[in-house]
Ligand binder design. Sequence first.
Ligand SMILES: Nc1ncnc2c1ncn2[C@@H]1O[C@H](COP(=O)(O)OP(=O)(O)OP(=O)(O)O)[C@@H](O)[C@H]1O
Length: 817
Amino acid sequence: MANLTPMIKQYLEIKEEYKDSILLFRLGDFYETFFDDAQKVSEILQIVLTKRNGHPMAGIPYHALNNYLKKLLDSGCKVAICEQVEDPQTAKGIVDRKVTRVLTPGTIVDDNMIDDFNRFSTLITKSEKGYILAVFDFSTGEFYLDTFDFNENELLDFINSFGFVQILLSKNVESLYKQIKNMLPDLYVEVLDDWYFSNNFLEHLKDIYKVFSLDYVDYNNEELKVADAVLKYLELTQFSKIRHMKIPKRFKTREYMLLDSNTIENLGILPTSTTRGKTLYDILKFTRTSMGHRKLRDFIISPLLDKNIIEQRFDYVEALKEDHLLMEELKEYFSHIKDLERISSRISLRKATPRDLIALKDSLEIVPYIIESVKTNLGISSFFDKIDPLGEVKEIIEKTICEEPSIEVGSGEVIKEGVSNELDEYRNILKNIDNILEEIEKREKELTKINSLKVSRNKVYGFYIEIPKTQIAKVPAYYTRKQTLVNTERFTIEELRQIEQKLSLAEDRIKAIEKELFDKIILELEKYVTEIKQLSDRLAELDVFRSFAEASVKYNYIRPKMIEKSRNTKIINGRHPVVERFVSNFIPNDLIFDEDRFYIILTGPNMSGKSTYVRQIGIISIMAQIGCFVPAEVAELPVYDGIFTRIGARDDIVTGKSTFLVEMLEMSTIINRATEHSLVLLDEVGRGTSTLDGISVAWAISEYLFQVKKCNTIFATHYTELTYMSYIYNEVIAKRIKVKETMEGVIFLHKIEDGTSDNSYGIEIAKLAGFPVEIVDRAREVLEQLSDRVDLENKLKKVKNIKKKSYKVQENQLKMF
Ligand SMILES: Nc1ncnc2c1ncn2[C@@H]1O[C@H](COP(=O)(O)OP(=O)(O)OP(=O)(O)O)[C@@H](O)[C@H]1O
């Protein structure tokens, strides 16, 4: 280190403690990076890499930090921010610097950096009972914790489906690091040292949650250790105590269904970069607040299992739907409600800005109106019972914070007049300074008879009297020269020096007093954080119910009838809520399941609407179980405990799994997890292998599903052979999609009827896709010749003669959830 400057030495000492992070080192108006960090940063941010004393260096301007930070975090980096912690002007030697924040994608709270869709992080470890997962959203304080009897594949699938922003692993599951990175290369993954899971967890948890005992929470010590490790991790990144995280809840409390990755993706219920605008979320999104948007997303991926809560939600939606005036009023009020949930998190992290407080106050001004409006409708009048409208919080802010405060606490433009006499006095000095200077200028002009004399100030030289060189002879003796410019000379006088001193004292005092007062206000508001969160949660829910009601009116949805513990289902003229918005003439279809007949084999040519129908049934069930009305004329639906889908062909090149293997792995998960109260949706299972293998596997899976699992199922397939099961088994219903053959070609009617489709019309689709006529004609020729050779009659006979299989149903089938 011999030839290193003291500053680089200081950098290296700090960097030593933050080896795993990009260290942003504050140097004046820049955050600089050096050595390897500089190389990395210049590549990610596309900024110039320079050299200083031969060391690579790359810097970003401090005022643009947030933009750059987001890019660094998005590309999977951990970032430590090192600030100057003493005033460079008063520092002796090198300015003291310290890391004040460590940022990872899951530990940011600034609104403009957080994505509303992916905001959960997880910490994973393994105990004897299975994988323990803590899932948390640092920005809102939501916290879930549970033990899962996943195998490794199921765990990876869960990770893939959840859309985490960051994953923390304990040392005993370190081997997952590579697999997760293979699957999701940009995801931030970190392995935690063992000390995070230390034995003082109970004491630490009790201290954080301010409770005397944790006996009342239903967690074992292994699980509590994981919860504690999360809190320790957060404390370390924030350099402060964490107070806003909620006490964790179990995933498996069976309040809601756990939708797996495939189902969320296959049914198109949440937007991804390629499906934005065309998902259930987009169709239902009439929410007006940020909290409401997030709540809508949470509702969609958490369909309820309790019929009473579902009915309660329906009641709210119904009440709103029928009250046009209330709907309109709420719409207006909601447009003024800010993100209270995140503001309250920032308050408890002491990171709230003055503008956050004003946003909180402005929102709280609207809350009483919302409560009053809601009270006018009997169906929803008790919605805010037991919720505090937080008038005191509004008052605290109203009394103390300026209406349009500056962002910077200490500028003198944050705390209202009348809060502190001392602050007001110093501010008066500052305010009057221009008048005082004007007075002096006027007086000095008269005294010296120099008309062009000016009294001014700048940041470097402070106050001065400026006189043109031509007038120098008239300058009085008590003027002291300060600076010489080309055409002018600058002087000072004792009086100006005194004002300067007073002023600099005033500025310092204003800074100190305002900071102190602001901290006090934040401390006071911190007492209300739980209540603010409760209020914001309720507002978010109301926003979502209003949104459901608006969608119902706009798109003609109806209130479904929910039936518990039954397979009976009746959907008359059901529609796909997304496809119907994009095609001009959507054809509705029915679905009937009863206790004895609940396994549909659906055949139909390509493009006839099989996938749309299968998805539509899944989406309608999800809509109902989140409390939303549904697109149908009649809907009587079971409360499903799970919805499982196996749709479409995809392979997993990264982990080397073929299409067929992926398909079979997914099927095996479904077979394990489904119960007699689940809905299973299968589209094209068995397609990734030879026809006969495919049919055989699909046949066997089906028998197992309807005999052992007894779950409502729709199986869309091109294998017409499978429909013969309907002759053999009472549970199976054969359905097909109607098409009309005309001279010009096939017309898809998209209507479902009983029976088996007899033609795939694959060649027709090739024609529609604009293939050259020669290819289409040749395909027909080949088909004809093949059809001649294969003894179709014989094959069908064989299918019909397949022996019936009867499974002995065992009690206690493996249940995952
Ligand atoms: N009920 C309907 N009413 C009107 N149009 C529909 C309906 N169902 C499907 N469609 C239209 O037909 C298109 C094809 O539907 P879908 O993908 O469901 O067919 P498919 O039978 O699954 O085809 P493939 O076997 O090739 O996968 C849809 O994109 C949609 O535009």
